[in-house]
Every structure is written in structure tokens, then in C-alpha cells.
Design a protein. Sequence first.
Length: 177
Amino acid sequence: MNYVKNILITGLPGVGKTALIKRLAEIFKEFNPAGFYTEDIKEDGIKTGYNAVSLYGDSIILAHITLKSKHRVGKYKLNIRGFDTFLIDIFMRDKKKGLYIIDEIGKIECKSKKFGKFMDELLDSELPVIASIADKGTGIISDIKKRDDVKLIEILPENKVQIQKNLTMELRDILLE
């Protein structure tokens, strides 16, 4: 069977990319996925930053309005050094992995040179990669979207249930091949 093992989910903010990534990580937990997802940090109902949460349960503050950092995206200051250490812990862990799950390939994450290097290595590896990727972006984001070994799927409010079903079947075929 001919298939593309690298699947990227794109769509507008808030459409459900992270929810889909988390659901796929749960569905395929028997394959020991390695990766992370991001979640909003809210204080008094207002988004003030983002956590990165590994599929092993570890988490760090990825970006926050009150961090002390020279790196920033919009109003958020970035924890690049902490994120780099977090990535090393996830991807260098001695554990049999069956696939990589990443949420998300976005502007904040791409400020880390180590993240860009890891993404190239993961996409070039033998293992399947399922990742969400920013709808818009330059540099690493556009370079990854242009690769001929990735399949780009746009999630919309009206197709997200069908996309989850299709991706579940497609990933199962890839993993069991």
C-alpha cells in the first residue's frame, strides 16, 4: 500500500485541532506515541499564556505574558530554554515509540531552533507523524507544508467528526502495515 506517513492537520484557531490531536493520542496509546499538545493558560477567564504538555504527563509553561524573556510572539514572552529541555526529554526518552503526535507546529514553537531540527528529524524518520500546523505562517511552517512527504488536511467545524473517523482508520492502517 502506498501512503504518506506524515499527516498535518490545519485550520483556523479554535476549530478543534488540539482536541483532535488529544483524541488521536488516546485512541493510539497502545502504540506508545511520543509528543506533546498545547493548552491555554487562563487567569480570570483571560488567556495569558500556553502550557506544553507531553503525552507522558509532564508540562511546562511555553509562553506567558509575565515571563522574563527576550523571545516573544505577540504579547507572549517565550520559555525557549525550558521548551528545548522539554523536547529533549520527550524525544530522547528510551521508550519504544510507534508514532509521533505534535500539537502544534506554530509560531511560538517555531521560535525554538531545536524544535525545527526535531521536526525535520521526525518527518524524515520511519515512524508516522501526526501534527497540527498553523493555518498561516512562514519559515518552518511553510517549509513543512511544502514537503512532498506530508498530507495536509483542513479541519472545519462541519467536517471534524468525519476527519477523526477517517484519520483513525488511516493511521490504524499505517501502524499495522
